[in-house]
Ligand binder design. Structure first.
Ligand code: HEC
Length: 132
């Protein structure tokens, strides 16, 4: 039992060290970008527009496709997807004008605000994901 508790404590600290800390300044920058580039469609509360624009708030699609977020934002998407049990098939335009740093801020804002995640992506991992 002791060993298990020790292992648990050690893995907890390792997990804390590995996850980049939430950088509130970056999240605030992401929010500004969200308000400029995303809010018209996905809405302030992230709930989207009924059957036309999928929600970001508590979206299972985001949890299942975390690594695709930078590409979705940069290139847009146009395919049939199911988000929280509802099917969507509209076009989301790309945002090729956004820099890698802006993309990182946006991804981390979406993760933090709508997916309630505290395991945010570093700028380097966003660059790697974009290359795939
Ligand atoms: C013109 C409206 C529009 C704008 C602007 C827009 N989106 Fe989308 N977004 C959509 C639509 C429509 C889909 C579904 C596309 C499909 O069915 O292939 C989508 C899908 C998504 C998805 C995957 C599905 C989900 O709901 O989890 C994410 C993540 C996303 N958008 C994030 C963003 C972010 C971040 C921005 C701002 C940079 C943005 N979108 C701007 C319309 C938009």
């Amino acid at each position: 039992m002791r060993v298990i508790i020790t292992l648990f404590i050690v893995s907890f600290f390792v997990a804390c060290m590995e996850a980049p800390q939430v950088n509130m300044q970056q999240v605030a920058h992401g929010q500004e970008l969200y308000e400029t580039h995303c809010v018209n469609c996905h809405q302030q509360d992230g709930k989207g527009i009924a059957r036309i624009v999928p929600p970001l708030l508590n979206a299972d699609y985001i949890v299942q496709n975390r690594n695709l977020l930078p590409q979705i934002i940069r290139n847009g998407m146009h395919q049939q997807i199911v988000v929280n049990g509802v099917m969507y098939q509209q076009k989301m335009p790309g945002n090729s004008q956004l820099t890698d740093a802006e993309l990182t801020a946006l991804v981390n804002f979406v993760e933090f605000r709508f997916a309630k995640s505290t395991q945010l992506l570093s700028a380097d991992s966003v660059k790697l994901l974009l290359r795939k």
